[in-house]
Design a protein around this ligand. Structure first.
Ligand code: 13P
Ligand code: SF4
Length: 325
């Protein structure tokens, strides 16, 4: 192993075996060199594998944090280690920068569930009702919307509108969870996250049987009955904040698999039970695909100018609503 990789090992030592890290040293070192050569930064979502999240990323966080921090990026190139809609959002906020994604096939079941025509049909069916669109959508869908939200600020965004009824798309579970929290009537769309929709209340009951006293944190993309069975529901960043503030002895994060690894590295004294589902789209990001994108400067993500202006407006309206995580 090179000395650079050896120096970095403590960053992942709790969750990546040394033998595995040794095989990664070459890619890690190449990525660090390429970042300097290209004046590039890597923005990484909380679902990235630990060797990306702790090893080579410059900025990490949930969807909201990545959107917020993208605004301040001081670099020529942004590599968005995440999925396509996140790269589009980074591009919307940084039109003059080159935005790369390690694998152009990194989609999202929510983004794929809805088209701009669907949004126009909802508007026509519910005239005058504002359209709140989850960031997990294409720029073209954002362009048809009034304002965006993430799982971390959905309640705040809805409450900011001060209306009794909203169209909230495309995640039917997030919409149902937010409707219960706000008391606002929510019209939605039949989209779902293929990772979170698979969790059931029975899974939570089984975890509680197997690990008595465990604290269960669920993502709000889970069905409402799963959220009900959990001790707390929040975005991936809010889960980290919960662990940080409450220091539970044992915790189960009802979300994507890499999340527990990344948080476990930061809180080695907490025991993480790992019931999880993999997101195949997030998992397309590897050290190899990041290295390849930076080496070849391929997989650029762009947004057509006519779509970008309206989509940016929806994202910027969201960002203007406070700094809630
Ligand atoms: P957050 O990180 O905003 O909680 O989103 C989770 C997710 O599924 C992103 O694709
Ligand atoms: Fe989409 Fe779910 Fe994967 Fe996030 S975890 S990218 S919401 S499919």
């Amino acid at each position: 192993m090179t000395s650079i990789a050896a120096d970095l090992y403590p960053r992942v030592s709790h969750v990546v075996p040394l033998a595995e890290w040794t095989t990664m040293g070459d890619d890690v070192e190449a990525i660090l060199r390429l970042k300097a050569e290209r004046n590039a930064v890597i923005l990484a979502h909380n679902y990235m594998r630990p060797e990306i999240f702790h090893g080579v990323a410059d900025i990490v966080g949930d969807s909201l944090a990545l959107a917020r921090k993208a605004v301040d990026v001081d670099a020529d190139v942004i590599v968005l280690a995440g999925v396509h809609f996140m790269a589009e959002t980074a591009k919307l906020l940084n039109p003059s920068k080159t935005v790369l994604i390690p694998d152009l096939r990194s989609g999202c079941s929510l983004a794929e569930s809805i088209t701009p025509a669907d949004v126009r049909a909802l508007r026509a069916a519910h005239p005058g009702v504002p359209v709140v669109t989850y960031v997990n959508t294409s720029a073209a869908v954002k362009a048809e919307s009034d304002i965006c939200c993430t799982s971390g600020n959905a309640v705040k965004v809805i409450e900011s509108l001060g209306v009794p009824k909203v169209i909230m798309i495309p995640d039917r579970f997030l919409a149902a969870n937010v409707a219960r929290q706000t008391g606002v009537e929510v019209i939605t769309h039949p989209g779902a996250c293929e990772v979170h929709e698979r969790f059931t209340p029975l899974d939570i009951a089984q975890i509680r049987t197997d690990y008595p006293g465990v604290t269960v944190l669920a993502h709000p993309e889970c069905p409402p009955e799963v959220v009900d069975a959990a001790d707390y529901a929040g975005s991936t960043a809010q889960m980290v904040d919960y662990v940080d503030a409450k220091a539970p002895t044992q915790v189960a994060l009802i979300t994507e698999c890499s999340m527990s690894d990344n948080v476990a590295q930061l809180y080695p004294e907490v025991d993480f039970v790992r019931p999880c589902n993999l997101c195949p789209h997030m998992k397309r990001n590897t050290l190899g695909s990041i290295r390849h994108a930076l080496e070849t400067m391929t997989n650029e993500v762009t947004v057509p100018a006519d779509v970008a202006e309206a989509a940016r407006r929806s994202v910027e309206r969201m960002l203007a609503i406070g700094a809630a995580k």
